[in-house]
Structures are given as C-alpha cells and as structure tokens.
Design a protein around this ligand. Sequence first.
Ligand SMILES: Cc1cc2nc3c(=O)[nH]c(=O)nc-3n(C[C@H](O)[C@H](O)[C@H](O)COP(=O)(O)O)c2cc1C
Length: 437
Amino acid sequence: MRRKKFHLGWFTNFVVDEWNEPFASGGGNPWDGQFFIDFARSLERACFDYIMLEDTLMVPEAYGHSTEAALKHAMMVPKHDPMPLAALLAAGTSKLGIVATASTMAYPPFLLARLCTTLDHIAGGRFGWNIVTSGEDAAAWNFGLDALPPREQRYAMADEYVDLVCRLFDSWEPGAVLMDRATGTYADHTKVHRVDFAGEFYKCRGPMNTVPSPQRKPVFVQAGGSPRGRAFAAKHADSIIATANGIAGMKGYRDDVRRHAAAIGRDPDELKVLFLIYPTIADTNEEAHAKHQRMVTSPAFIEMALLTVASVTDIDFSQFDLDRELPPLTTNGEQGSLDKFAQWGSGKTLRQLASERFSSLPPELDLIGTPDRVAARMGELMAAVGGDGFLISTPFQRVSRRYITEITEGLVPALQRRGLARTAYTGATLRETLREF
Ligand SMILES: Cc1cc2nc3c(=O)[nH]c(=O)nc-3n(C[C@H](O)[C@H](O)[C@H](O)COP(=O)(O)O)c2cc1C
C-alpha cells in the first residue's frame, strides 16, 4: 500500500540558540543570520515545506512581575526582527518556503503589503506571512496603545486589514509591467489602480508602489485557536499551525477548520493544518527517554516553562512552591491554557506540571525514541488525524546543529523510507509546494 505523504514545517524564531548547552552552535551570537542560513539549507536538503519564523514584540514581565527571569534565561527576549532574516534565508535557499510573522497591530497595511511583495520577489515566490494580531498588552504598550483591543475586535480589524492588503496586491493588473523598449514604457498606467479603501478601521488610497510578486499574494499562515480565530484562519490561510493536544483534539480542530472553509465555498484541501510537535531523537529508545528526562527536569527548564505559562495566563507562578500542588486559580488571560497546564485534580506538584508542559501534555503522542520509532509514530498519528502534517520545534524554539541533524538526517530519512515525506520538490512556489499533495 502506498502511504500518504504529509507536510513538514519547522517552527523557530530569530532568538539565541542553545547558547549554554554542550552542543551550542551559534554560541549565543546568531545575530548575523549565518547560523540560520545553515539551518534553512539543512531543511531544504530534507525537503521541508517551510521554515516559520515566529515573532512577538515585547519583553515579558508577568513572571515575578519583573523582566529578570526572561532576560536571565533569554526567554522570548532577545528576539530580533524576522523580516530581514527572511530575506537572508530566501537568498540562501532556492526551494524551501520562508514564512515570517508580522502583527496586524504593528504594521500599517500598506507597509505590510509592500514588505510581503518585496520578500516574495527576493524568495522567487516562496514567501509566506504568518498573520497574528498580537496577544499581549506589553506589546500594545510599545505601539502607543494602553491595552490590546478585545479578541473579537482584533479579529474584526484583522479581517478588514487582510481584505485591504489583498486589494493592494491586486492594484496592479496582470500585464501592467510592459518593459517595452520600443516605446520606452516600463509600466502601463491604465493597469495600475487606486484602491480607495475606507473601512471601519483602515483607510488607504493606493495603488501599491511595487511590482506584483511571483505568487501575487504570498502564502498566508495563521494559528487561530478561538472560534473567531478558527473562522478567520479558515477564510484566509493556506496553512494553519496548531498545537497538538492529543489525537481527538487534533482531529477535532482540523475537521472544524475544514468545515468552516467548506461553508464559505473554499476547497478544504487548500488548507494545510500543521501540528506543532517536539520530538526527542537518539540512537536507542532508552537514550531518547533519558535525554528527554534530563531536559525536562533541569531547573532552567522548569523556570522557563513557568515563564511561558505566566506570559499567556498573566499569573505569576514564581509565588508558588514548586513541590506542592497549585491552589485553585482563574485568569483573565488564556483560561484554556491554564486548565491544560494545571491538570486540576491530578495531585501533581508545580514542578511536575512544569516538566510536563511540553512533553506529555498529550502522552499519547509519544514522540520520543529512535528515528524509526518516531517516524512510525508520526505516521500513525497522521493516519488517525487525517492530515496534513507537522511543524517541528523544541520547547523554547532554540536549536543546535546537533538537533537539526537528528531531525534532517535521522527522522526525515526514516519518514521518506516509509513514503511519508517528500524526497524532492516539484513545485516552484510555496503555494505549489503546499498543494502538491
Ligand atoms: C503554533 C503557533 C504559533 C504561533 N505563533 C505566533 C507568533 O509568532 N506571534 C504571535 O503573536 N502569536 C502567535 N501565536 C498565537 C496565535 O496567533 C493565536 O493568537 C493563538 O493561537 C490563539 O488563538 P486566538 O487568537 O484565536 O485566541 C501562535 C500560536 C500557535 C498555536
């Protein structure tokens, strides 16, 4: 039986590598981008669909009501701008999709459309925009706002924003660029149109001042979790990135966004859902488990895990004893994330919960072992969920060349031997790569 191939992405960002681990690669100084070029080329050799550069725009201070822990551990800060890095990665590769995050809160739509078009040209049609609305008040404070607008309004604004950006992409008709030497005409002005957009939140006259890019509209990536966010993603995204919260949760999520897409007349197969996973690979299953255990029980891991929960729940976990159960808690932040993390009624200590934050949240995923074992497990999971692929990462997104090699030279070949991953690119653009199967 020929097994069904699935898609592969890698979730990372412009942050420090494993700077204080034995196999540090960039030595904590990856800011010239060279380490990431090597990284992207490794993913391209392994025929990944895309590298995805996450981004946020603040220095966290929810944990301990201070920036101390975040800066001490280099957690979510420093984080450099993914857009110049995307240009560098695009220039250093020829097939891999390059996706970068930009917040609708931070960029005026005209500037974003222009940036996307410019990057899609540099990437020869391989650029994608990860659409986020920003989820932290601390980010809003950096942009002259006193607080984030409520989620519903953020998405209402994002809908209008994306509509405007698409009109700007279309403001140059196909064929507008003539480059006619006989008449000395570069572009036909009758094919370049104003957009005259006046919405509830945005106003823009247009036209765009850039030449339409190979994809015209870059690939759109999104990660809506709430009902409103899912509807947004189903309407706009070519690829959705989602947390892998157990087989039933993954299948339910994918079925739901595909239903939303079909309801508005989209072919659900245009929408590729990639689930975020953190495989641990070693030569033997025992070694992989030991490696995993070492990682998730280290004091730095525990504190960094609590810092990440603090930032999404706005609860200061530094106030609780690590070796006791959590008291009952509620939050105005992400209650769902809090409930998932706290495993209410399990009797686990805060230390145990922190250890399990990324690993055994859904114990059934079980992606720890040799390349062959993890590849087989990924195949089983995809068969149960229905599609469309995985987004590989590490708990805090930092990587070493060793980890990249374990995935690209160990796990991916094991997937390829099973007929589960591509062995060559066939599409020229990122959209074609995503729609290949
Ligand atoms: C895999 C994944 C990647 C995400 N990347 C980013 C990011 O780079 N920047 C950001 O501000 N939010 C990011 N988010 C948050 C989402 O944009 C979104 O706000 C979140 O999934 C909650 O969904 P909701 O907005 O519908 O509540 C990410 C979420 C997921 C699951």
